[in-house]
Design a protein around this ligand. Sequence first.
Ligand SMILES: *[C@@H]1O[C@H](CO)[C@@H](O)[C@H](O)[C@H]1NC(C)=O
Ligand SMILES: *[C@@H]1O[C@H](CO)[C@@H](O)[C@H](O)[C@H]1NC(C)=O
Ligand SMILES: CC(=O)N[C@H]1CO[C@H](CO)[C@@H](O)[C@@H]1O
Length: 140
Amino acid sequence: MNRILLLVIVFCVYCDGKYFETRCDLVYELRKQGFPDDKMADWVCLIENESGRRTEVIGKVNRNGSRDYGLFQINDGLWCSNTTVPGNDCTVTCADLITDDITAASNCAKIIYRRQKFFAWHGWEKRCQTTLPDISMCNK
Ligand SMILES: *[C@@H]1O[C@H](CO)[C@@H](O)[C@H](O)[C@H]1NC(C)=O
Ligand SMILES: *[C@@H]1O[C@H](CO)[C@@H](O)[C@H](O)[C@H]1NC(C)=O
Ligand SMILES: CC(=O)N[C@H]1CO[C@H](CO)[C@@H](O)[C@@H]1O
């Protein structure tokens, strides 16, 4: 019984949400969300390393007890509220950051960027400072 329940839970980490199948799909959506082209490769690199381009990912519990949510892996200690009431610095619930519509997540990511630049994201810090993905094939 417990094993079945566990399987369902583990499986359901991937049973909803949206996966951007190609790098360009992600680029087109980020453009719609108003991310500027001169930092686009950084955002794509960050997202690929933080969530693998999946909107529904909830990270493992961090050492300080917090968790990271969604495409941009946004933290509930500072930015989103893991209750049902919008809160923290993005005035949003973490549940709003794992939906197919990435508007709320994008707005929150822009707030984080304004404060801390890309250094807010370990995935960017570790992997995106020297080499960035080629997105030249995603030009209109
Ligand atoms: C909600 O977030 C707080 C702050 O990060 C954390 O201490 C708490 O464990 C979280 N609760 C759940 C259910 O994730
Ligand atoms: C908790 O740890 C996470 C991951 O290391 C970090 O992003 C976050 O800022 C920390 N939260 C607080 C409130 O210090
Ligand atoms: C683990 C992982 O997803 N690494 C990715 C980090 O970002 C670069 C550039 O976007 C990818 O090429 C890696 O696959």
